[in-house]
Design a protein around this ligand. Structure first.
Ligand SMILES: [Zn+2]
Length: 307
């Protein structure tokens, strides 16, 4: 596996075992503006679920951040890192080959993103995540005009800019430059986008664009998160009409709306428009506290009480 040494894996395992014997592991996903925060949280939860399916995970939104608590089984962060590298390598290939709804939705950034992905997951400090995401100041080390600082801190020379589709509010330059994030946040956000985000492209007359929607765990566990991430992450299609961003959760879940999912959920949805010959622009960015309206929770209870 590129970039992940056996020694790093062994060290991560040893540290993981130590963590399993002691207190629960507590991580704080740094509070970036939306949808970046939710994408990072989803990427992290997905990664924990893949690297350690036996872990008990509790996610709670705390203002702009997500607190993630892991109990019961230790996460092998070396393994998690290897999975993240695989994931982003696959995304890079999809973008290079330009196939599927994700590549179409990201078409304006395909080349930039493919080069940004080159090597970024390899330098993401996944094995040090306990230190990185225990630090409440983590996010304050990122932001507008922090590119050089981040490059020095993490020693990478790729593209740390949060691109428009990851951070619509950061698409334009401000005094100090574009909004930059560390390779860990960037890589996890990409994993959240590819594994837990509905991507609905549309063409209506001369207008074209894409709506993205990702579930936001307000208070949830791993199994429910995994189910919702799968339902959203598999929703990839094109519409002949432009949908409002508010409709994205319903469109994305479709027949899966009665999944027995518990917990408290919101949805983060955003719409980008790609004017012919012009630069992409943000049309909508909304946070919906609406999943209960789709009977996810009540539906689950009702179906259980009928048994
Ligand atoms: Zn970061």
């Amino acid at each position: 596996m590129v970039g992940v040494s056996e020694r790093a894996r062994t060290r991560a395992r040893a540290e993981g075992v130590r963590a399993a014997r002691a207190e629960p592991l507590r991580l704080l996903v740094p509070p970036h503006p939306e949808p970046l925060s939710t994408l990072i949280a989803n990427g992290l939860i997905h990664l924990i679920g893949r690297a350690q399916p036996d872990a008990e995970v509790e996610v709670r939104r705390l203002g702009g951040a997500h607190a993630v608590e892991v109990r019961g089984a230790a996460v092998d962060w070396g393994e998690a890192h290897a999975l993240l590298i695989d994931e982003l390598s696959f995304v890079a290939r999809v973008l290079r080959e330009g196939c599927g709804a994700l590549a179409e939705a990201l078409a304006p950034w395909r080349q930039r993103l493919a080069s940004a992905l080159r090597g970024i997951a390899e330098v993401a400090p996944v094995e040090r995540i306990e230190g990185e995401y225990a630090d409440p100041e983590h996010a304050s080390k990122e932001g507008w005009g922090r590119r050089r600082e981040l490059q020095e801190r993490y020693g990478y020379g790729g593209a740390p800019t949060a691109l428009l589709f990851l951070a619509p509010w950061a698409g334009k330059r401000r005094g100090g430059g574009r909004y930059s994030v560390c390779p860990l946040c960037f890589s996890l956000a990409l994993a959240g986008l590819t594994r837990a985000t509905a991507v609905i492209t549309y063409r209506e007359g001369r207008a074209a664009g894409a709506v993205f929607a990702t579930p936001d765990p307000v208070s949830a566990g791993l199994i429910d998160a995994a189910q919702l991430q799968l339902a959203f992450g598999e929703a990839r299609f094109e519409l002949g009409r432009e949908p409002p961003a508010e409709a994205a959760p319903l469109l994305a879940l479709g027949g899966a709306a009665l999944l027995p999912v518990e917990g408290e959920w919101a949805v983060c949805a955003w719409k980008l428009e790609y004017p012919r010959g012009g630069s992409p622009r943000v049309k909508e960015l909304v946070r919906l506290r609406a999943l209960r309206q789709f009977s996810l929770r009540e539906g689950a209870r009702a179906s259980r009480s009928r048994r």
